[in-house]
Design a protein around this ligand. Sequence first.
Ligand SMILES: [Mg+2]
Ligand SMILES: [Zn+2]
Length: 460
Amino acid sequence: MSGTRRRVALLATIVVGAAGAAGAVAAATSDAPGNSRAIKKLIDPKKPKNVILLVGDGMGDAEVTLAKYYGKGARGTLNMEKLPFTGSVTTWNLTPGPGPEYLPNYVPDSAPTGTAWSTGKKTIDARLSQGPSEEEAVPGSNEGYTTTFEIAKRRGMRVGNVTTSEYSDATPAAPSSHISQRRCQGPEDTRTSCPAESKGAGGLGSIVEQQIDHELDVNLGGGKARWEQTLDDGSGTVLDYAESKGFRVLDNAEDLAAVSSLRRGPILGLFNAGNLTTEYAPLIAAPTPGAGGPDVRCTDGNRPANEPSLPAMTAKAISLLERNNRKGFFLQVEGASIDKRDHASDVCGQIGETLAFDRAVGVALEYQEDNPETLVIVTADHAHTSQIVGAEADPPGFYATLQTVDGAPIRVSYGTGKTPPGQGHTGARIPVMAIGPQASNVLGARDQTDLFHTLIGRRG
Ligand SMILES: [Mg+2]
Ligand SMILES: [Zn+2]
């Protein structure tokens, strides 16, 4: 049996044997063998050559399960359910204060959570890879907040960063900038909200300027409008600055598909002025009698063809990063609008983005199967609002009903805000799933900061 085939067979054994994974419905009534030996063979203490981290923003267990039932059915399997090692992490962050001890804040935003896995350290809401302080508007210290991307670059690895949000949004910004407030995305934003950190004031500059200065190899997402802001010295826009540093700037899916190597410089693909368009058309939850119905399915095909899909961007990033590369690569991929549509009580938007994210996970798993020296980690940044409730439930807030691929009704409640666009994050633990060298480090109940140490490679 070849190495790859043996691994597939091992995985099949685990999947059949593990409760909650594919085939669990059948396995529960059969006399399937235990999985101890198969799991033991998958424990690999080597440092990985490549790391692919896939983050579903706001993708708690409720969001994962909802997308599975809607798109795959109760007996179906998401790609992210095929990773053999799973655990869960707490996502709390810090409350601003005088320090040096900071009270925990149990429901974080995406900036401190991105900081947690990117640096191994906690900080306050809105803050990116920078230490806490007494309030959001007062910068903290960048000391000790070295990021995964910075460590990978120092090791000579190639680095990629892919998202469906603005490229300067919190999740892609966490490993590629240090700034006190996530809103300081472009130089104009920074002159207004983070003046002491602007380049004009001798600081590191806005998020987009820092993203250029990080010299990442593959940069893909939305948010082009931020890059059209004027630099502090008035010499041009941020896009001009990127081009002066040798970046190849792209703005449509066709041009991205045509790129075949990084020989002519790093790639900066910005495919929308704001966030990328969602895969499914919106269906917004409503108060009683709710939105949708037991025969309603979501409408696919909402994303225009000139915007690449998340799986297409993931596949292109991997192929560019791995080509003629002995030192390995570090790639972060974000499905950003699971969170954004959850905030909007948009049940279809949220499900379509979760399923697209899962297809991106499938792309990473295919690569990992042929390149087993690759560690793949799939996780979220924080939990979110949506809950699967009884198909006849009459919850007090907003809800919607859809028909799953099983042909059964599923009802989803949005109960953290009084108006549909006002839903908020929640504080439950979130899932983490892994395969490859050191994947077993994610096992058990841990904190989000612990992921950093697995991402940069532990000893043994
Ligand atoms: Mg995000
Ligand atoms: Zn959010």
